[in-house]
Write a protein that binds this ligand. Structure first.
Ligand code: 13P
Ligand code: ZN
Length: 272
């Protein structure tokens, strides 16, 4: 059966739109940020021939748990600004080889490029999140301005960071009841930061990289984007008020009322 044009694929359109929105919000300067979307085999085969591997790119780590799975991933060094108008050069679609060592490229990275340097953190985080929630499909890394600023002036303790963000607007504990995990500054683009991020992803869908940015996970691009957007908004409220005398706050008792009303299983050890 003839394949449809990849440019008609809803997942590609949504992916491009997401990168574009992230760019417009000022989260992804230059080549900052990267996105990976786990694709269903059926949806990909409507557009691409699974036997036509353009090239194989070594992963540099073991991704056997994801063998045979298809991913749409931004390219390294590529600008989010350019994704929407030129996806073929800025993003790629690949399958993880049976031995978990290679990315089998089926489309994209057309100028000879390759997947993001943060692929270890993405794929290892996919593995962690799929174990918690088999419906997870998105890992998103970005450099939101206020969140980044907050990591310079706030304690990097996971519980303290989460508590502050929960207090910054009423919806926070409902949108991220699992809180945010925080990693200290580490060298990016390595397997080590990938392992550390994936470990944190077992207990939360949001992981802060101090003095660098944020990782968010979700079932859909919208869900991951909404999560990051909410964390960034809370960070913005914090940064707007951090130097001022605070005269009102959302109390722990009120946070509990919210969690109970919205029936969310919030992270323990913070407000109780
Ligand atoms: P890439 O250009 O390799 O995706 O890296 C961007 C980035 O945000 C590094 O953390
Ligand atoms: Zn980054």
């Amino acid at each position: 059966m003839a394949k449809k044009s990849i440019y008609e694929a809803k997942f590609l359109k949504e992916f491009c739109l997401t990168a574009d929105n992230m760019y417009r919000l000022g989260w992804d300067e230059r080549n900052g940020g990267n996105i990976s979307l786990l694709l269903e085999t059926d949806e990909i085969l409507e557009y691409l021939d699974a036997d036509k591997v353009i090239r194989e790119i070594p992963l540099g780590f073991d991704a056997k748990k994801l063998a045979g799975k298809y991913f749409l991933v931004t390219g390294t060094g590529k600008y989010f600004k350019n994704v929407k108008n030129d996806p073929e050069n800025n993003v790629g679609i690949f399958r993880i080889s049976d031995d978990g060592q290679m990315a089998e490229l089926l489309w994209g990275y057309a100028d000879g490029g390759r997947f993001t340097s943060e692929l270890p953190a993405h794929l290892m985080s996919h593995i962690s999140r799929l174990e918690v929630d088999p419906a997870n499909r998105v890992i998103m890394h970005t450099h939101p301005t206020n969140l980044l600023a907050m990591t310079y002036v706030h304690s990097l303790d996971t519980n303290e960071f989460t508590h502050t963000l929960w207090q910054m607007s009423t919806e926070c504990i409902v949108v991220f009841p699992d809180g945010v995990e925080v990693l200290p500054w580490m060298l990016c683009g390595t397997n080590e930061i990938g392992v550390a991020t994936a470990e944190k992803m077992k207990s939360a869908r949001t992981v802060v990289w101090a003095m660098h940015g944020l990782y968010g996970a979700g079932k859909t691009l919208d869900e991951a984007f909404g999560l990051v957007e909410t964390v960034e908004k809370a960070s913005q409220i914090y940064m707007l008020t951090a130097g001022l005398k605070r005269v009102n706050t959302i109390t722990d008792a009120q946070l509990k009322v919210l969690a109970n009303a919205f029936k969310v299983n919030y992270r323990k050890g913070i407000i109780d």
